[in-house]
Structure formats: structure tokens, C-alpha cells
Design a protein around this ligand. Structure first.
Ligand code: FRU
Length: 450
């Protein structure tokens, strides 16, 4: 099998499957593919699965070293320019391949010579023959037609170091934790739009439908199908940590989007700073309420990191003020849950000054509950996400007093994936910026949060 060995990792992996592999589709999970190739992708025979390399090169220090951790501001969404075909590392790699291939060919040549009747052939003729074989071997290696130059150790690691060979097609598996919320639909749309600018990329989307076990299975399927790279926006941190770590062990680069995992066994994390957003929301609320008041906090799924951080940042900002959180509940990021929880809050408290929800669907659910109780004018509603068609529209309509932008990172994910696939170094963490939208600044596109 050619090229299954991972090559040099620079926060990345050289994949090397010579053709796209099959993804096993699950009856109960939705799968779609970018670049109109979903059908072709699904039809591949299971036999291709045998191409999966049992051993891929795990990421090395470059991916997680301190330098790689330097936080980034919002990166540009421009397509990554292709590198010139023969930089020094490529040259070295080719030389290495030639060396390795030639060794094998020399062995074969020796065997051929042994079969030749020496009495009938003079030495110069022999030399010519050997040199011809050498040239054929070199050409073979240069074309990349030779057998794998990456012998694998029994533990599955790969000892050779070689820049990743450019491929004409890369398969990216994208596991989305659910598509029930507009923000996630937007993330997939951003990924799809960015990938469409690169015909060599094919993204296979899977929707875990808010089911952690399903999402674990998706990651495992991507690994056994031998995709070139995995994108994942995990539902929860803990249960998705292990399958992602196994993907990395198998040599597949993984970009984690928006919600974090535990530890640092992934290639790159892309997302906004949720603690900072929570703190900005808290500071804004303190100012707006003049430092005192009764607040309801509707938290996102607390087993996911954005909820933990939005909570912690908010509490940090209101500490020492007379803002009291009189009711808090986990609405799991879901509007109907938020509405239900808000009904309880309304039933228990006569005076609520403000609802801080960890996302805009949550804030909207709370608003609907208050409206149904005829109390929506008594309080303010603050959310996070600021999708133009959702949170920002609510601000324009006077439903929300403020929303804080939470960018999807979809375009940055594709930009980073391309770098990884081309063997470039990427930071361990890419931090996206955020903006606040209120009725005062919405017409000018909000303001950045400091
Ligand atoms: C969508 C969502 C967003 C939120 C993000 C946090 O599922 O709930 O509203 O900002 O996830 O991960």
C-alpha cells in the first residue's frame, strides 16, 4: 500500500492514502458531502477500508509546543497559497525516497545479475545495465509509483520523515454535534462555502443529532475510513476526548471547533474566548443595571466548555456588586428548555430585572415565557451568538437588549485544514474575536469587545 505512512508532522500529518476511502454511513445519522460528491463517496466499496493504515504518524512537539500555543486574533479567511513544488524539505524527501527505492532495486538487480551467465556478458555491459536500472528506479520513485518508503514499527509509528505528498483530493470528515440550532447550520454553511473555493477538498458532514454516542461513533468511522483530516464541534468535552485522542494516535489531524475537549490531544482548537465573552456580558449588565438587581442566569449545557466559561466570566464580572443571581438553570443550549426553566423562574420571583442566557435561543425562549406571562416589559434579555438572522435581528426588534457575537470559525477551520494538509505549521489554538450588538450600535455593525 503506497504512502500510508505518515510523514513529517508540523502540527499536521501527511496522510497519504492514494485514493479517497469509504465512509461507512449510519442509518440514523445524517451524512452529506461538499463538492457534490456525496453519492460517489457513499458508494465506495468496503474493500477500500482495507487501505486504512493501521499506523499513522502521531503529531509531534511542533503541534503542541509553547510557540504553537500563541493565541491568534481573527485570522484571514483567504485561501492558503500553494507552496512551490520543490522547497528544500521536498528536495530532501525526494532524495530520501530515491535512496530507499534504489536500495530495493539494487537487491533486485543483484538477483537478475546472478541469473545471467557471466561468460556471455562483459563488465562494461553489466555496468550499463545497472545504471539503467538505477535511472528507472529514480524515475519510479520521483513519480511516487514505488512501494511505501515508510516502513512501520510494530507499535504503528512511522520512523521516516518526509514532507506530505500533495494529493489531488483530500477528504475532510466534519462531525457536527447537532443541526437543530441556526448557529450550527451556519457553521456548516461557513465550512461548505470555504471548502467550495478549493476543489481538491471534499467535506463529508455528519450530524450527531445532539447524541454524544453517535458523535463518538462518527469520529471512529472517520478514523477507520482513513479521512485526511477531521473537524469536530463536540457536544461535550469528556466523552469526545478519547475518540479524538485515538484519531490523533492514528495519525489523523483533528481541528476542534467552538467547544473544547479535555487535555490537549488534538491538532488545533479554533473558537472565541468564552470567558472573555461572559465577562464582557457581566460588565455590560452591571453598567446597565447600575450595579444592582435580580438576574436569572440560563446556562448552556454545563458539560460543554462554552457554558462553563460563559458562566465563570459572568460571575467574575458581577462579583462584589449588588447584582444577585436569584435563579439559575441548565437549559442545555435549547430554546424550549430555556422557556420551561424561565416559567419556573417567573412562578417563583415577582421581580426579575434581567435574564442572562448563554445563547440567543435561550434568551429568546426566556422572552417567550415572560411574554406569555405578560411580564416581558418588566425585564431585559441578554444573549450570546449574534447571528444576523437571529440575535442581531432580536436586538433590532427590541427583544434582546444586547447580544455578544460568537463566530462559528467555519472559514478559519478550512483555512487551517489546508495548511495542515500541506504540511505547514499551525498554532495549537486560534482565538476568534467577538463583538457586542445593542440598539445603539447595531446599525454600524456592533463594536468589538475589548
Ligand atoms: C449551538 C450553540 C450556540 C452556542 C454554542 C456553544 O449549538 O448552543 O448557540 O453559542 O453552541 O457551543
Amino acid at each position: 500500500m503506497r504512502g500510508t505512512g505518515g510523514k513529517e508532522w508540523e502540527g499536521s500529518r501527511a496522510t497519504g492514502l492514494s485514493t479517497p476511502c469509504a465512509i461507512v454511513s449510519q442509518a440514523n445519522s445524517s451524512i452529506e458531502s461538499s463538492n457534490s460528491r456525496a453519492g460517489r463517496f457513499r458508494k465506495r466499496t468496503p474493500a477500500r477500508l482495507e487501505l486504512q493504515s493501521p499506523a499513522r504518524t502521531p503529531p509531534q512537539a511542533g503541534a503542541s509546543g509553547p510557540a504553537a500555543r500563541a493565541p491568534h486574533s481573527v485570522p484571514s479567511v483567504e485561501a492558503t497559497p500553494l507552496q512551490p513544488p520543490f522547497d528544500s524539505s521536498t528536495f530532501l524527501s525526494i532524495a530520501g525516497v530515491i535512496l530507499f527505492e534504489s536500495t530495493g532495486v539494487l537487491v533486485i538487480a543483484g538477483k537478475i545479475i546472478a541469473l545471467i551467465d557471466w561468460r556471455e556478458h562483459d563488465l562494461p555491459r553489466m555496468k550499463r545495465m545497472l545504471s539503467m536500472i538505477g535511472w528507472v528506479a529514480a524515475a519510479w520513485a520521483l513519480c511516487g509509483c514505488g512501494p511505501s518508503s515508510s516502513p512501520q514499527t510494530p507499535t504503528g509509528t512511522n520512523r521516516t520523515s518526509k514532507a506530505p505528498a500533495k494529493k489531488s483530493k483530500y477528504i475532510i470528515g466534519m462531525s457536527q454535534c447537532n443541526l437543530g440550532e441556526p448557529w450550527r447550520v451556519q457553521m456548516n454553511a461557513d465550512i461548505r462555502a470555504a471548502a467550495a473555493k478549493h476543489p481538491e477538498l471534499e467535506v463529508v458532514f455528519k450530524d450527531a443529532q445532539n447524541d454524544t454516542l453517535k458523535q463518538r461513533a462518527h469520529v471512529e468511522e472517520f478514523v477507520s475510513a482513513g479521512v485526511d483530516l477531521i473537524l469536530i464541534s463536540p457536544k461535550e468535552a469528556q466523552p469526545l476526548t478519547e475518540p479524538v485522542a485515538r484519531a490523533v494516535d492514528a495519525g489523523i489531524p483533528v481541528i476542534v471547533l467552538d467547544r473544547r475537549l479535555l487535555g490537549d490531544k488534538y491538532t488545533c482548537f479554533i473558537g472565541a474566548d468564552n470567558r472573555k465573552i461572559g465577562r464582557a456580558a457581566g460588565k455590560w449588565i452591571v453598567r446597565k443595571l447600575g450595579g444592582k438587581g435580580n438576574v436569572v442566569e440560563l446556562k448552556g449545557l454545563m458539560t460543554s466548555t462554552p457554558a462553563q466559561d460563559r458562566h465563570a466570566g459572568f460571575r467574575e464580572a458581577i462579583a462584589g456588586t449588588d447584582i444577585k443571581v436569584i435563579f439559575e438553570a441548565d437549559m442545555k443550549w435549547l430554546e424550549p428548555e430555556a422557556r420551561k426553566e424561565m416559567e419556573s423562574a417567573l412562578a417563583r420571583f415577582n421581580k426579575i430585572d434581567l435574564v442572562y442566557a448563554h445563547n440567543d435561543p435561550g434568551a429568546h425562549g426566556a422572552y417567550l415565557a415572560a411574554k406569555a406571562a405578560g411580564r416581558e416589559k418588566e425585564m431585559l434579555f441578554v444573549g450570546i451568538d449574534a447571528l444576523p438572522q437571529e440575535g442581531v435581528a432580536y436586538v433590532r426588534q427590541g427583544i434582546l437588549s444586547a447580544t455578544f457575537q460568537y463566530p462559528t470559525g467555519g472559514a478559519e477551520a478550512i483555512e487551517t485544514a489546508l495548511k495542515i494538509l500541506h504540511g505547514e505549521k499551525v498554532p495549537k489554538e486560534i482565538t476568534l474575536g467577538s463583538r457586542i450588538f445593542t440598539k445603539e450600535n447595531v446599525d454600524r455593525g456592533g463594536d468589538p469587545i475589548p
